[in-house]
Design a protein around this ligand. Structure first.
Ligand SMILES: Cc1ncc(COP(=O)(O)O)c(C=O)c1O
Length: 381
């Protein structure tokens, strides 16, 4: 039996019209001289990589970005041929496949440059390489002290026709904390490392640094291209940056469950594992068929907000693997009614940011973790 969106147990509605509008808003912010790379790693932060990549390109993004090469190769397999950077490589590649798929490959150290150069020799095609500078994040990227060697070896490989250095780039640690002293320090270090590489003879197609918070608040970090992820999905990078609406962005994902059971219970009734919630008086309980296997954070037990029957309720007791309960307080709600966990917020429903607060996390984690058991239903394709 086929299921329509209305009869699904639960669904994540993905508004591709909102995604396109967000990309256009970001393009308007950075201006025509700066390109936008739509970051679609982690299945487009849980929204679905292929449809979101296509929508981002339709709205004027000219690059795509992923973390892993497998994510990038999946986009190529779906027929997406836009410029595409992936940056999280581990020994073994797949470098040959990356070169043959015309990927731009982030290189942060000597081992990676060696492997990609060998792959270029095997495939008889120059590898498109973007050198990543660790300007202070302390995660991936090449330390300033090791930069001259990486740049030198990359240029030597380029001279032999094995690589083409197409980009120089870096990533911020604290761009979501306006005024953080590391922002200026990283920017200065990036200028120094970039200037060094260019003096040595690197002539990159793109130089870039800005993630969403930098794209929204730090024009001096734009260079040739910005790499927004979370902003494209209409979610705030963090409370200090502002709300999505402050930047003309609209949330793309709406998570809805279909109420599975409504029943009257007496006072003093324990609810869900551990009985951390006990009814105060006679009341009605509603069962929402989404749990931590679907990405609803167990940490939001007793705290997560849900719109059911026109009111925002709070998760009663523990979130279980597949379901949780809300106390409807005697209100009449029919089985099959919508339980909206989060959405754009303009119909009284909570937002991903509200769930982030309830679960002591960031909204990135809320949307990205929505599990594969929840079908994505695409709107405004
Ligand atoms: C290297 C890199 N660039 C860009 C992004 C996009 O970040 P955001 O979602 O904050 O825009 C990420 C995500 O973490 C990243 O790892």
């Amino acid at each position: 039996m086929s299921e329509t969106a209305q009869t699904l147990r639960a669904r994540a509605e993905i508004d591709l019209g909102a995604l396109r509008a967000n990309v256009r808003a970001l393009r308007g912010r950075v201006g025509t001289d700066v390109q936008v790379m739509g970051v679609v790693k982690a299945d487009a932060y849980g929204h679905g990589a292929v449809p979101c990549a296509r929508a981002a390109l339709e709205a004027g993004a000219t690059w795509l970005g992923t973390a892993t090469p497998h994510e990038a190769l999946a986009l190529r397999a779906a027929g997406i041929d836009a410029p595409l950077l992936c940056w999280l490589w581990t020994p073994g590649g797949p470098w040959d496949e990356g070169i043959l798929a015309d990927l731009d490959m982030g290189v942060s150290g000597m081992w990676a440059l060696r492997e990609v150069t060998e792959a270029a020799r095997r495939t008889a095609r120059p590898a498109r390489v973007q050198l990543k500078a660790d300007t202070g994040l302390g995660r991936n990227g090449c330390q300033p002290a090791d930069w001259p060697r990486l740049v030198g070896e990359a240029l030597a490989a380029q001279a032999r026709g094995l690589v083409k250095v197409t980009g120089v780039w870096s990533h911020f640690a604290c761009a979501d904390e306006p005024g953080h002293p590391s922002i200026g320090a990283q920017l200065e270090t990036f200028h120094e490392m970039l200037t060094y590489a260019e003096k040595e003879g690197v002539d990159p197609e793109v130089r870039h640094m800005a993630n969403s918070p930098a794209t929204l608040t730090l024009p001096e970090t734009y260079f040739d291209l910005v790499r927004p992820g979370i902003a494209m999905y209409g979610v705030s990078p963090g409370p200090e940056v502002g709300s999505p609406a402050d930047f003309g962005l609209r949330p793309v994902m709406r998570l809805v469950g279909s109420v599975a059971l409504v029943k009257d219970v007496p006072p003093g009734h324990g609810v869900s594992y551990g009985h951390h919630y006990v009814t105060e008086g006679p009341t009605t309980l509603g069962l929402v068929p989404l749990g931590y296997a679907d990405g609803v954070p167990r940490h939001a037990s007793g705290r997560g907000p849900v719109l059911v029957g026109g009111k925002v309720r709070t998760v009663a007791g523990r979130v279980a693997m597949d379901q949780f309960v809300v106390d409807l307080g005697g209100d009449v709600v029919e089985p099959g009614a919508q339980a909206v966990l989060f959405g754009a917020g303009d119909h009284g429903e909570p937002t991903a940011e509200d769930w982030a607060r309830a679960a002591d996390t960031i909204a990135y984690e809320i949307v990205t973790r929505i599990g594969s058991r929840v079908p994505r239903v695409y709107l405004n394709e």
